[in-house]
Design a protein around this ligand. Sequence first.
Ligand SMILES: Nc1ncnc2c1ncn2[C@@H]1O[C@H](COP(=O)(O)OP(=O)(O)OP(=O)(O)O)[C@@H](O)[C@H]1O
Ligand SMILES: [Mg+2]
Length: 242
Amino acid sequence: MSPVLSLRGATKRFGGLVAVNGIDFDVAEHQVLGLIGPNGSGKSTTLNLISGALTLTSGSIKLRGAPISGLAAQDITRRGVSRTFQLVRLLPSMNVRDNVIAGAVFGHRRRWGAEARDFAESLLERVGLGGKGQMPIGQLTYIDTKRVELARVLASDPTLLLLDEWLAGLNPTELQDGIALIKSLRDEGRTIILVEHVMDAIRSLCDRCVVMSSGTKIAEGTPGEVLSDPNVIRAYLGDDDA
Ligand SMILES: Nc1ncnc2c1ncn2[C@@H]1O[C@H](COP(=O)(O)OP(=O)(O)OP(=O)(O)O)[C@@H](O)[C@H]1O
Ligand SMILES: [Mg+2]
């Protein structure tokens, strides 16, 4: 089966800095790909290239065989690719439910009116925010803003979901809930790219991992393989400690 997503030679320069340097990888249907690596290694930039927030300097990105590099972000969302942001982005003037409805209206499978509202309510239940639909965004706890963002992304009905450190900053109980939630998304057949530093989550959720360091891919394999790879350990610890 052809991959959902293929990156070939994906490169992004910011002036003199090569943030993403000739990256190649494929994401297979229904798989969770972990995109991991130390701080500043180019993970978020890679998600930005896939979601259309940034354009490639060179290389290609294909979604089910069709080039998507150069398309506007909203066109990529319409094709079924949605992402959460490392720093949560919501519409602060709207309540919880309306933020989620916004995702449904602008999504892959567009929903309107009562259908969008009902869908939003069901997603709020699912992420653990049942009954909080009318709350202003400003009154939410940190974890709840993350839950709203996930519900907003799910409202667009993505077939490829990009999660940028969605589990970061959660306490141990919230983390277990969060991992279970991502598992349930995988089990319903969504394809996921998970950018994550939480090793428990990587081990329990990812089918395969791509490891980045300073913009390049330094390893690829199962979580067990890459996390025991000396090059990966060296990249995480820094050369001095390895
Ligand atoms: N818009 C930008 N303009 C200039 N440099 C940028 C921009 N976005 C990212 N960078 C730089 O590109 C490099 C990769 O950043 P990126 O955010 O992709 O890393 P990351 O792997 O997501 O790191 P973290 O784990 O800390 O989130 C960093 O050196 C960063 O400073
Ligand atoms: Mg990042």
